[in-house]
Design a protein around this ligand. Structure first.
Ligand SMILES: Cc1cc2nc3c(=O)[nH]c(=O)nc-3n(C[C@H](O)[C@H](O)[C@H](O)COP(=O)(O)OP(=O)(O)OC[C@H]3O[C@@H](n4cnc5c(N)ncnc54)[C@H](O)[C@@H]3O)c2cc1C
Length: 517
């Protein structure tokens, strides 16, 4: 029990496995005199899920900490820059109905809440346009930085769109060649347990036995260790989030120099929505829908209509069908096994919340790695508590996108605003926000996956109204707000005049690379 943790085996070589390996190896090898041995085993026969192409800005720091050069990542993973998401037809369903969830905080967010000031302004400017420049940058397909801006820095906050298959290969090379991760191609077919119920070793198809102090289950939807072996129950949330199937397709660009959108485009359909992610090499497009409210053929037809808008015939392309069961395991760390990625759970692709959870799970494991087995159960309890909280907040945030709709063209939308489908925690926040706009101290944790600003963008983008406070707004606050709105206009004009197009910057990075810091 007092022996130091010296070896970690990660099962699964998808994005979750390799990100975990990279984060843990970079941290533990760099900070410890006796590095912890990290081994990743993946089956040569079970393919990775190969989707998951939108990230959150946290990915910049994750890759930087792993010692990845941003230039290499951009070149090898067909990356483009993402500055937010545009939600089309989610509120009324009409053609002109659209709003942005940008990645920059509203102007002056650390000292003033602009929402009540925006609400009393004469209408015409959307909330995101009034408080942040990114809406305008996305409309013009601009990049968040210039070729002279050093790696991982930006003039505007940004995340990435990436090719999931290329990303796994890129991480494999980086982890094995630079971070000393041992890579085994073999399938786990059995599990050996110790007297205390811990996993003592994994038995592989080739007859090998793989022992370790800690096992990380990154086996995707299979959840081989936590789900199959330990039988940790799965907590479904299909009563809250209804989507259960995705149809995914790659759309080639018609011309090599076609503009690349600098945001994810999420367009609501009759019983779901279509994601559209522009990479440097192609677009990744998919329809996420609820089979309780529409059938596969109708969903396919809607996707075909979407693809036809850019001249693509879906019948000529390979369309993958991916079933989704929205929910997560009741706990994530059990005995000496912790699940990260799809093996821990998955909700749906909206707002790219899965990879960010992988990043923060790996960071937790790396930074709070139990010193020995004796303290592992305590760390596990803390991990389970934290990640329970994270999953519940993400469920609330995703549901917010659906519950504020006024669409009534399909029961999907009507049922989504039925109070029985809304978690109590979200219901309580909505009640609160009828009388004051979202603010950081409405949440229990200092760092939230989706901060109060994200809730503001979605709420006011979806036409929500917060009543003015009876005490009104002070003259000083009004003055501060006026300055912040003016500063936003100035920043928008300045950034729009200097930033290159998303495609233009990517091409320059291919040719010259970005400056290292
Ligand atoms: C339709 C869809 C869209 C998505 N979009 C986004 C998005 O835009 N943004 C985002 O953040 N996330 C998104 N996600 C989630 C994202 O794809 C995943 O979080 C991410 O790819 C991580 O997957 P994974 O590594 O957990 O699993 P997988 O990629 O499935 O990898 C599983 C690995 O386990 C291995 N394995 C399985 N069983 C065994 C065994 N017995 N022995 C050895 N190895 C084994 C396999 O060989 C494989 O290497 C999306 C998911 C779906 C379904």
């Amino acid at each position: 029990m007092q022996q130091p943790i010296q070896s970690i085996v990660i099962v699964g070589g998808g994005t979750a496995g390799w990100l975990s390996a990279g984060v843990i190896a970079a941290r533990l090898n760099a900070t410890q005199e006796k590095p912890v041995k990290v081994t990743l085993i993946e089956s040569p026969n079970i393919p990775i899920v190969g989707v998951g192409e939108g990230t959150w800005p946290t990915m910049r720091n994750t890759l930087k900490k792993m010692g990845v050069r941003e230039t290499d990542f951009i070149r090898e993973c067909h990356v483009s820059f993402k500055q937010g998401a545009k939600f089309a037809r989610w509120h009324t369903g009409k053609t002109e109905d659209a709003y942005y969830h940008p990645l920059i905080l509203p102007q002056g967010f650390n000292h003033i809440n602009l929402a009540p000031h925006w609400q009393v302004q004469p209408r015409g400017t959307s909330f995101s346009q009034a408080v942040c420049p990114q809406d305008a940058l996305c409309e013009r397909s601009l990049a968040p930085k210039m070729i002279t801006t050093p790696e991982y820095q930006g003039l505007a906050n940004y995340a990435y769109h990436l090719d999931a298959g290329a990303f796994s290969n890129f991480l494999t090379r980086h982890c094995t060649e630079t971070l000393g991760v041992q890579h085994i191609l073999d399938e786990v077919v059995g599990i050996k347990t110790a007297n205390n119920g811990d996993i003592s070793a994994l038995l592989t198809e080739s007859g090998a036995e793989l022992a370790a102090d800690l096992f990380i289950d990154c086996t995707g939807f299979k959840s081989k260790l936590l789900g199959e072996h330990y039988q940790i129950p799965f907590k479904s949330c299909s009563d809250i989030l209804f989507a259960d199937t995705a149809l995914a397709v790659h759309l080639p660009y018609q011309q090599p120099d076609t503009e690349i959108a600098s945001h994810t485009i999420s367009t609501a359909q009759s019983a779901g929505w279509i994601w559209d992610i522009g990479l440097a090499s192609r677009r990744g497009v998919g329809h996420v829908f609820a089979s309780r409210y529409t059938d596969r053929d109708s969903a396919y037809r809607e996707l075909a209509e979407y693809a036809a808008q850019t001249g693509h015939k879906l019948d000529n392309l390979s369309v993958r069908e991916i079933p989704i069961t929205p929910g997560h395991r009741e706990k994530f760390w059990h005995k000496n096994c912790v699940a990260v990625g799809l093996s821990a759970g998955f909700l749906e692709p909206l707002e790219a919340s899965a990879l960010v959870l992988v990043e923060i799970s790996a960071d937790f494991i790396a930074s709070q790695l139990p010193a020995n087995r004796a303290v592992m159960d305590t760390v596990a309890r803390r991990f389970n508590r934290t990640f329970h909280y994270r999953w519940e907040r993400i469920i609330d945030f995703l549901k917010l996108h659906y519950m504020l709709t006024v669409r009534d063209d399909n029961d999907f939308w009507i049922d989504n605003r039925d109070p029985v489908s809304i978690p109590d925690s979200l219901h309580e926040l909505i009640e609160l926000w009828r009388y004051h706009p979202p603010w950081d101290n409405d949440f229990d944790h200092a760092t939230e996956v989706f901060p109060a600003a994200s809730y503001q963008y979605v709420l006011y983008g979806m036409g929500f109204h917060t009543q003015a406070h009876p005490a009104g707004l002070s003259a000083q606050q009004k003055q501060l707000a006026k300055q912040a709105f003016a500063k936003n206009i100035e920043m928008t004009q300045k950034l729009a005049s200097v930033l290159p197009g998303n495609r233009e910057l990517i091409n320059k990075i291919y040719r010259h690379g970005l400056a290292t810091v």
